[in-house]
Design a protein around this ligand. Structure first.
Ligand code: URA
Length: 249
């Protein structure tokens, strides 16, 4: 059975999407700046069905409505930006439209990448989806391209694949992870959990140092060349399906 389509008052919907206060949305409608299917919509008390096609039918000042609540994004995170809502300096949220800062529910990153890590980062305002992706029970694998300061010794692949490595400060050993060596100082590492600075700490535990880190895959979803550093796009159902499909654990 398909899920019932939720509905919401226009003023509340727009306020929740960050367009302004409900009072301001009432005035916007009265001033004829909102259209639905080409007709002016002057009554902001009107309840609207939140169907997926609504953003193309409901226009504000002639522009498509922002994505409805329940959105998921994939971002190519550049180096030097922080996955935080409130730290000083450049934040990943600065890469999204300014109005989206006012959204309720807020859009948040699905896990984090360090400031000095680049690559595939997902964001969503759907708490259930976020939890399903980061939950260890979902076994969503994450793959990183790792560049090292020093050549590998040769036994790192086995150490990581065996699992059981205890990182400094942790009380639980690591799950097995897969290492594909590309050169003496570079490799692809696939991990199945998301601990703080995990990849950097794994290589520190085997006496090396990560000099560059880039995530290129989450589950079966790859970061493609057409999404350049700093760019993002809305994920479709096929992207989400890819996250939960192989090559996982
Ligand atoms: N592991 C790290 O050390 N840093 C990241 O950003 C992600 C995984």
């Amino acid at each position: 059975m398909s899920k019932p389509v939720p509905s919401m008052r226009l003023d509340r919907l727009l306020a929740n999407l960050g367009y302004g206060s409900r009072r301001e949305m009432q005035a916007l409608a009265k001033n004829g700046r909102i259209t639905l299917d080409g007709e002016e919509l002057t009554d902001a008390d009107r309840r609207l069905s939140l169907t997926p096609d609504l953003p193309g039918r409901l226009l504000i000042d002639g522009r498509d409505l922002d994505p409805l609540p329940g959105v998921a994004l994939m971002l190519h995170k550049p180096l030097g930006v922080t996955c935080s809502h409130k730290e000083v300096g450049a934040l990943v949220y600065d890469l999204l439209p300014n109005r989206w800062r006012g959204r309720d529910p807020a859009i948040s990153t699905v896990g984090r990448l360090d400031k000095e890590t680049s690559g595939l980062l997902l964001l969503t305002d759907d708490g259930g989806l976020l939890h399903r992706i980061i939950s260890p029970k979902s076994h969503v694998a994450k793959r990183y391209l790792v560049t090292l300061d020093r050549p590998m010794a040769g036994d790192e692949g086995k150490t990581f694949a065996d699992g059981g490595l205890l990182l400094e400060g942790d009380d639980k050993p690591l799950m097995p992870a897969e290492l594909e060596v590309l050169s003496p100082t570079s490799a692809l590492l696939t991990i199945h959990e998301g601990r703080y600075h995990q990849v950097r700490r794994m290589f520190a535990a085997v006496g090396n140092h990560v000099s560059a880190l880039h995530r290129d895959r989450i589950g079966g979803l790859e970061l493609k060349e057409n999404l350049e550093s700093g760019q993002w796009r809305i994920m479709g159902p096929e992207d989400l399906a890819a996250v939960f499909s192989g090559p996982a654990s």
